[in-house]
Design a protein around this ligand. Structure first.
Ligand code: COA
Length: 330
């Protein structure tokens, strides 16, 4: 009897731009200060992609190239590319297509997936299902955003939070019981009023007026989102742990979306997981939207051991949120 096919993560790649935007840089741009930002969010600096002609795909390409090198495969072996992003290179075509072209992944099909800060979790669950079906053997799942392209650097409510970055994982079939084991994914479109970009879609196409009114930038009602995020992330983690009969001591790492250190602490506390088992890189990258979770895996990969249980959790625009259980496989 053959055992069930699961989607194991067999390589991780990441990329963050070199340019840093520090809290003291922001003090010169808006009415804020380093102490407020650190205490209220946990962020010290973010990476910003600068330079003409550079887009989200230009962060994804080095991340995917790195994971191919680590795994010893050629990009032409990739069968499917799923890119979680809300800052694609173009409204269309999909950034996945651009990435495959730039990489020489000529045998892959792919698509973009829009779920804001939950983009990587949604994409990971989708990619895992393709592997579990038995039809695909190499699926790349990306979370990447160039948030600096949609942030108003005169709005202190948002410009202190976001940064740019890309992370990617390779999924391959495993029959050892390792890989993506379960996901609790949720969405509630009534939350769209709290976190959104108003213009540039079919509801409000781009015009001189929309540009003048700054309607292409991220608008966030921070306090409202905070309230939903604390509840949503904690409940998704609880549901996931309960239905997989896991206690806090069974979890090696909590991998939370890096939006606000206080949201992360509260999620960990509700799950009974101590902060030394929580992956944190918010201080150096800020909130890279779909990029945060794979960038955590990228930063922590060397500390992960085969058999470790990881719980990934995210909350973001949509609203979208959820949690995913992974048993580390390499
Ligand atoms: N610097 C200094 N003061 C600031 C500030 C800044 N950058 N931004 C807001 N303030 C002020 C406000 O004007 C307000 O002043 P007031 O009390 O005099 O009116 C005060 O600080 C508190 O503002 P508030 O918006 O209530 O702060 P907060 O504690 O909620 O923190 C966020 C703001 C955005 C950091 C926080 O709400 C947050 O992280 N929200 C969730 C983000 C998230 O998870 N998003 C989902 C995924 S992207």
């Amino acid at each position: 009897m053959t055992s069930k096919i699961t989607a194991a993560i067999t390589a991780v790649g990441g990329y963050v731009p070199e340019d840093r935007l520090t809290n003291s840089d922001l003090e010169k741009m808006v009415d804020t200060n380093d102490e407020w930002i650190r205490l209220r969010t946990g962020i010290e600096e973010r990476r910003i992609q600068k330079g003409e002609g550079l887009a989200t795909s230009d962060m994804i390409v080095p991340a995917v190239r790195q994971l191919c090198e680590k795994r010893g495969i050629d990009p032409s072996e990739i069968e499917c590319m799923i890119v979680g992003t809300v800052t694609g290179d173009y409204p269309f075509p999909a950034t996945a297509n651009v990435v495959c072209d730039k990489l020489g992944a000529k045998n892959a099909w792919g698509f973009d997936l829009s779920a804001a800060c939950s983009g990587f979790l949604y994409a990971l669950t989708t990619g895992a299902a393709l592997i579990e079906s038995g039809r695909y053997k190499k699926v790349v799942v990306v979370g990447a955003d160039k948030m600096s392209s949609i942030i108003d650097y005169q709005d202190r409510n948002t410009c202190i939070i976001f940064g740019d970055g890309a992370g990617a994982v390779l999924l391959e079939p495993s029959q050892s019981g390792c890989g993506v084991l379960d996901s609790v994914l949720k969405s509630d479109g009534s939350g769209r009023k709290y976190l959104r970009t108003d213009a540039g879609g079919s509801l409000l196409p781009t015009s001189h007026e929309t540009v003048d009114a700054k309607q292409h930038y991220v608008h966030q009602e921070g306090a409202a989102v905070y309230k939903y995020a604390v509840k949503g992330m904690a409940e998704a983690v609880e549901e996931l742990m309960e239905r997989n009969h896991l206690k806090a001591e069974d979890i090696a790492w909590l991998v939370p979306h890096q939006a606000n250190i206080r949201i992360i602490e509260s999620t960990a506390q509700r799950a009974g997981i101590s902060m030394d088992k929580v992956m944190l890189n918010i201080a150096k990258y800020g909130n890279t939207t779909a990029g945060t979770l794979p960038l955590c895996l990228w930063d922590w990969e060397s500390k992960l051991k085969k058999g470790d249980h990881l719980v990934l959790a995210a909350f973001g625009g949509g609203f979208t949120w959820g949690a995913t259980l992974i048993k580390w496989g390499h």
